[in-house]
Every structure is written in structure tokens, then in C-alpha cells.
Design a protein around this ligand. Structure first.
Ligand code: PGA
Length: 247
């Protein structure tokens, strides 16, 4: 099935108000045939959403709490992100799984919270280098997929991001054959569990996507765009990646 590609940018803990200059520069890019979701720090979402008005660029959060409100100092709910102007939220990024001890059950609860608030959940999965070296990559990702996606997830409200941990921020990427093997396996599992909705869900690749490799990665079987960290911080780089997603 034909799926509209997504170029998603994950700014992580980078960006101050002056970074709106990068957003302004991005607004000129042709994104008529793809979706663009920029995930700046939560402090910038409302201002960026206002600045992006009338452009193709939508906003996303980088994490949310599973509850709508409550005594959770420092946390942000999906409802708060939605009110600030986000249409999506990343959940289960490997940095959250590693630094904040998030397991599949927590990630699933966060994805459910995203859906409750009307947000697209961008659910991240990926094996460590040791797991790949041990030949366990497919099994690890399959387990994360089973545990992290809510029942009832649909093509409209859920995006999967396959991000091998060892490729994030390292400049290393899997071979195109390895990406195809993983994305084909993820697609098969999505169809087995969600039927036609699973066929329609976008599956992004993430981990050292750059202007120089985006087009070849986005052309791989069952790759429906990218979740981009470092290369999304500069408008010139991210524009080139959006152009690759736009086709
Ligand atoms: P990277 O990060 O593009 O800097 O490798 C990707 C991510 O962590 O989403």
C-alpha cells in the first residue's frame, strides 16, 4: 500500500527561542507530498506552533506522562502537549528507555495517553549493538513492538520508529539490506496484529539519517520516512531530508 512519508525531527535537549530562525528557514521547503513533524523541547512547542502556522510543518513532543494531570513534578501530559499545539509525541525513545528506565509497559501507557489526547504516538523501538551482535535484533524489536503498541492502534494515530541504539548519534547506519529485513519484519507483525491498519501504519527509520543517505534509506522496502536527530537541528540539512521524503 502507498503510505505518505514522514520527515520527523527530534531536537532532543537542544534549542532556545532564537532557534525559531531554523523553523523560519524550513517553512520554504516543499513538503506537499510528505508530512513534516518537528519535535523541539517542550518549552518551544507553543511558540513554534504559532510560528509554523500556515506552513506544512507540524509540532510534536518528545515524551509525555501517561496520566492527564497529577502530582508528577517535572512531567508533561499528552493533553498539555496537544494544547500547546503538538499533533504528535515521541514515546519510548531509547534515550528515555535507557536514562529513565522506561519499559515496554510504560511506553504503551504513554502511547495510550497520546491517543487519549488526540495525538499521534511515534513509538520507538531498536536493539543495542550487543543484541545485534548476538543475532537477537529481530527478536528484541519484535518483543518491544508487541509490548509497546496499544491494542486498537490505527494507521492514523500510530507511527513506529525503528532506531537501532548503536546508530543514534554515531554516524553509523545498518546496511540497506539490514534495514529492509527489519522493516519487512515489523510490517509483517503490524499486519498480523492490526490487519489493514497495520498495513497503513508508517514505519520510520532513525539513527544517523543525513542529507547524504536519506534518499537511499527512504527508498528501502517498508521505510516510510525518518526520525532525525542531529541533522534536524540545521534547516539546511533537514530541508534536504524533507526533500528526500517528499520524493
Ligand atoms: P540521530 O538521532 O539522527 O542524531 O542519530 C536520531 C534519534 O535519536 O531520533
Amino acid at each position: 500500500m502507498a503510505r505518505r512519508k514522514i520527515a520527523a525531527g527530534n531536537w532532543k535537549m537542544n534549542g532556545l527561542a532564537a532557534s525559531v530562525a531554523e523553523l523560519e528557514a524550513l517553512k520554504a521547503v516543499d513538503a506537499s507530498a510528505c508530512d513534516v513533524i518537528l519535535c523541539p523541547p517542550a518549552t518551544l512547542i507553543a511558540g513554534f506552533a504559532a510560528a509554523a502556522q500556515g506552513s506544512a510543518i507540524k509540532m510534536g513532543g518528545q515524551d509525555c506522562h501517561s496520566d492527564a494531570s497529577g502530582a508528577h513534578t517535572g512531567d508533561i501530559s499528552a493533553e498539555m502537549l496537544a494544547e500547546a499545539g503538538a499533533i504528535a509525541v515521541i514515546v519510548g525513545h531509547s534515550e528515555r528507555r535507557a536514562d529513565h528506565g522506561e519499559d515496554d509497559a510504560m511506553v504503551r501507557a504513554k502511547a495510550e495517553a497520546a491517543h487519549r489526547a488526540g495525538l499521534i504516538a511515534i513509538v520507538c523501538l531498536g536493539e543495542t549493538e550487543a543484541e545485534r551482535d548476538a543475532g537477537d535484533a529481530l527478536a528484541v524489536v519484535s518483543g518491544q513492538l508487541a509490548g509497546s503498541l496499544p491494542d486498537g492502534a490505527t494507521a492514523a494515530d500510530t507511527v513506529v520508529a525503528y532506531e537501532p541504539v548503536w546508530a543514534i548519534g554515531t554516524g553509523r547506519t545498518p546496511s540497506l539490506d539490514d534495514i529492509a529485513e527489519m522493516h519487512d519484519a515489523i510490517r509483517a507483525e503490524l499486519i498480523k496484529r492490526f490487519g489493514a491498519e497495520g498495513d497503513g501504519m508508517r514505519v520510520l527509520y532513525g539513527g544517523s539519517v543525513k542529507p547524504g543517505n536519506a534518499a537511499e534509506i527512504f527508498a528501502v522496502s517498508n521505510v516510510d520516512g525518518g526520525l532525525v536527530g542531529g541533522a534536524s537541528l540545521k534547516a539546511s540539512d533537514f530541508s534536504a531530508i524533507i526533500a528526500a521524503a517528499n520524493g
